[in-house]
Every structure is written in structure tokens, then in C-alpha cells.
Design a protein around this ligand. Sequence first.
Ligand SMILES: Cc1cc2nc3c(=O)[nH]c(=O)nc-3n(C[C@H](O)[C@H](O)[C@H](O)COP(=O)(O)O)c2cc1C
Length: 208
Amino acid sequence: MEFTEVVRGRRMIRRFRPDPVPDDQLRRLVELGLRAPSAGFSQGWDFVVLSGRDQVEAFWDASADPADDGPDDNWITGLKQAPALILCCSDKQTYLRRYAEPDKPWQDLQESHWPVPYWDVDTGMAAMIILLAAVDEGLGALFFGVPGDQMDTVRRAFGIPDDRGIVGVIALGHPERTAPSGSTRTRRRRPTDDVVHFGRFSAPGTPA
Ligand SMILES: Cc1cc2nc3c(=O)[nH]c(=O)nc-3n(C[C@H](O)[C@H](O)[C@H](O)COP(=O)(O)O)c2cc1C
């Protein structure tokens, strides 16, 4: 597929056919994600790949709010059919240690040097590649977050160390429906001229 076709064709998919995605395909997609850039080439990320009913259901059990015994939202019902999930984890300590190395400036390992949490940013960049790679291979995917209150339960369920952030989860599978879903049904893409500022930031509708 042409690159622009992949980018323009990517949509978050919330309904999947139950057909499995083979492990070697999952590995290939994640390996492409590992080509993402990372600050200082720290690569402070980990990906926990879950495939097959048991592993996927273990995730949904661990991420469920025990206080919420009502029916799932519509999108969650469709999402739960996804045959594979990739938990995208970030590792702040790897960045703090990398930037304490001799070619970097912050030997004191202080997080306060970092105005932006690049460990999360870089993991997100890797996730984006995986989303695009999925489209390129005719699959569909959704990136979604783990509720804050369920982070620890999910970490425990899959042996993820306490100091790792779970930046998000990619649900992967064969799309059942590719029609617009989620917020794109009610919100429009922001016009380029409102968003892209050449030379100087300007408010929408005002000359630069
Ligand atoms: C960080 C992040 C978190 C998201 N979380 C959810 C989510 O919890 N549930 C959901 O249905 N979609 C989620 N989305 C998908 C967005 O709703 C979607 O990307 C947006 O509506 C634009 O649609 P498109 O990606 O299909 O172009 C998330 C996307 C991102 C980037």
C-alpha cells in the first residue's frame, strides 16, 4: 500500500471479526513499532502481546471496574471481540538512566529535567507505527487507555513491573466494520489553516 493510502485509510476500529491474528504477524507488527524514534535512543518501552481468548479475556477481567456491574458500552462490546491486544508500556527509569550517561547532561537522575515525559511520547510513537502497520496488512486496530484505577490490576495480571506506565492498549484484528465510529461521527477534523501555523502561532481566523 502507498504510504499516504495507509495514513489516510487508518481509522480506529471498534468492531472485529473473531478470526485470530497469527503470532508471527503480531511479532512483525510490533517489530516495526520498534523502529520508532526515541530520545537518546533510550527505547524505554515494552510491549505485552496478548493473543487468544484466554489471554485477551484475562485483560478484560483485569481492566474491568469491579464497582461497575452494568452492561458494557456498545464500543466495548465490539472491542472485546478483538483477537489480540498489545499493551504498550513506558519505562521512565530507562530514560533517567540513559540521560545520566557520559554523553548526556543529567547525572543526578532527576525527573524534573524533563518538561515532557518522552518515555510516554516515544511509546506512543511506536504505537502509531503499529497502528499504521496494521492498516498496511489489512487489519484494523484501536488504541485505547486503561482506566487509572485499574492500572495496578492490569500490571499484576501480566507481571508488568510497578514502575512501568501503561500508555495504552492496541486492540488488533480483522475489521468487521470500517464505517466511522466513535468521536469522528460527531466531530469534524480541524481545518489545516486553524492548526498549522507558518512562521508564527496565530489564532484561527486571524492573519498570521
Ligand atoms: C491517546 C488516545 C486514546 C484513545 N482512547 C480511546 C478510547 O478509550 N476509546 C475509543 O473508542 N477511542 C479512543 N481513541 C480513539 C479516538 O477516539 C480516535 O482516534 C479519534 O476519534 C479520531 O478517529 P480516527 O482515529 O478513527 O481517525 C483514542 C485515541 C488516542 C490517540
